[in-house]
Write a protein that binds this ligand. Structure first.
Ligand code: G1P
Length: 299
């Protein structure tokens, strides 16, 4: 299989769940400890060997482009002040040899449509799609995307990341049916976007990581509006199943749904407790808050 060098980041969503913060700050720029959500996804793509990052944005998301732009003045100031550690951090937002490309999605027609907007940049090669809301943490070990690219290299075809969700949550996800699932991976027989718990073929939910063959673009061009009146990536993948292999892969790592308040809070707690300098202080603050507020867990 051709090497996967391009990752597409659909970041044109409105982020209404995080209003009022997202009135001016795109949800991808919300921080977990000291880095915006988008940086975690970008680092995972780079860890997986990608060198071309395609951001599908809209006219309200200039700050995403600004963030990945070179900050000459800031770098010079840090240099002059001898703040070398911070300088490295700023420079590594986008390491040398990695380029960012911005594509505009002029209308919010759905995730499938956003991915299709990246077609002129991706061209005729397999590529990755990463939804930065899904923050996946695997400590210092291989990121989820790297694991998926390895699987695609071994088995060919496309790969979608999955994890188990409670039955009552199926209507929030793409759900796959993978009868030969061996605990870690299995070929997808069917995939459906946001089925009700009664209709869901399983509880294996797609999370925001995909390795896709370029054929998906032609299929997206033929895909009409689906769930929620939007052009769904899931529907194009469902068509792809008829012609090529698609594998479901349960990655090593923990996924935080940072598209929800609680997910963002969980990620913040986890990254703070895992942080070299902040860990002890964060643990103390959490204990203190639990004691002072008398928080007890119910169910
Ligand atoms: C999208 C996909 C869905 C997938 C989910 C993962 O939905 O359409 O299939 O399970 O991302 O986060 P969204 O969360 O954008 O509604």
């Amino acid at each position: 299989m051709k090497r996967i060098k391009t990752a597409v980041f659909p970041v044109a969503g409105l982020g209404t769940r995080f209003l009022p913060a997202t009135k001016t700050v795109p949800k991808e720029m919300l921080p977990v400890v000291d880095r915006p959500l988008i940086q975690y996804a970008v680092d995972e793509a780079i860890d997986a060997g990608c060198d071309t990052l395609v951001f599908v944005t809209n006219r309200y998301k200039h700050s995403v482009a600004d963030y990945f732009d070179k900050a000459y003045e800031l770098e010079e100031k840090l240099e002059r002040a001898g703040k070398h550690a911070q300088l490295e951090v700023v420079k590594n937002v986008l390491p040398n040899g990695v380029r960012a490309v911005f594509v505009t999605q002029t209308e919010a027609l759905g995730l499938g449509h956003a991915v299709l907007c990246a077609k002129p940049v991706v061209g005729d090669r397999p590529f990755a799609v990463m939804l930065p809301d899904d923050l996946i943490w695997n400590g210092k070990k291989a990121g989820a995307l790297r694991q998926m690219i390895e699987l695609a290299g071994e088995r060919g075809g496309s790969v979608v990341a999955v994890e188990d969700v409670p039955q009552e949550k199926t209507a929030s996800y793409g759900i796959v049916e993978a009868p030969e699932f061996d605990g870690r991976a299995g070929r997808v027989r069917s995939i459906v976007e946001k089925p009700s718990p009664a209709e869901a073929p399983s509880t294996l939910a797609v999370v925001g990581r995909y390795v896709l063959q370029p054929r998906i673009f032609e299929l997206l061009e033929q895909t009409g509006a689906g769930s929620g009146g939007e052009i769904q990536l899931t529907d194009a993948i469902a068509t792809l199943l008829g012609e090529d292999q698609v594998h479901a892969y349960r990655f090593h790592g923990t996924r935080f749904d940072c598209g929800s308040h609680l997910g963002l809070i969980e990620a913040t707690i986890r990254f703070a407790l895992d942080h070299e300098q902040l860990s002890a202080g964060a643990a103390r603050a959490m204990r203190l808050a639990l004691d002072e507020l008398g928080v007890v867990e119910h169910g």
